[in-house]
Design a binder for this molecule. Sequence first.
Ligand code: DON
Length: 311
Amino acid sequence: MREITKLQSAVDKAYQNFRHDNSGANADYIPFLAQIDSQLCALSIVTVQGDVITAGDTQYRFALESISKVCTLALALEDYDANTIQEKIGATPTGLPFNSVMALELHGEKPLSPLVNAGAMSAASIIKAQSIEERWQRILAIQQKLGSKDIYLSDELNQSEQTTNFHNRGIAWLLYSAGYLYCDTMEACDVYTRQCSTLVTTVELATMGATIASGGKNPITQEQVLKPDNCTRILAEMTMEGMYDSSGDWAYTVGLPSKSGVGGGILTIIPGVMAIAAFSPPLDTVGNSVRGQKMITSVAKELDYNLYKCI
Ligand code: DON
């Protein structure tokens, strides 16, 4: 079977098998997310050659949420270097929920991972910028360069998050008290909240992943966005913390670096080959899309991809 036909048939099969799975529930601690249609479901692949394969609601724009942490980490790595980010933020899984205060308390308030809320605020705060607006524009620009110039901030979602993000504000002050925030405390929280409030399609999300999969070159625009070595670090972080407290189980069962968001998106990367992006709002108790996990697991198994496969 021709390669593209094989990819399309794996995507179609996964989408058809799981689009009506009714387990899980929309995130409701962000009011905007609670009212999104739970039946929405989309699955896309973008290869490092720039081939695009899709099924379902692939025109629908959903909240990037925590997947934005990958983009901000990428920019932080470009602004500094891998060792500095490891020292100033960390590079180790917390094994605890994405917004855990206990995780901070156990480690002298060091965030450990740039892919949990604390580490993501720390990463947003370390981006080189003279003002809050410059910090935000640089973070939006990296999302656009990795994914698509059409990615934009939803004012409605941002408003919904900015008026309910009290827990994150608390985390930001804890980080500040221990010296792990590198700009004004509420600036870091504000910009982090904005970065979560952009809207993407699964094709744009898969393009972000394909850019990382190809060592930093966007396969659609051909722009070299990231250094190849930084992509290696990002993939390690995604493996360790990308699916939050179920990252270990995900590595054990699927074996591919991934990142989820409470908007219902999941991005999975097959280094050197392609990225798979899934979207469906209902989440499991950890905060990962239920249909998204099932569809990606199905595609990975069908195409026989697992980073830890020996023969
Ligand atoms: O800060 C938050 O809680 C949300 N804006 C993003 C959290 C998130 O997506 C975690 N994902 N599983």
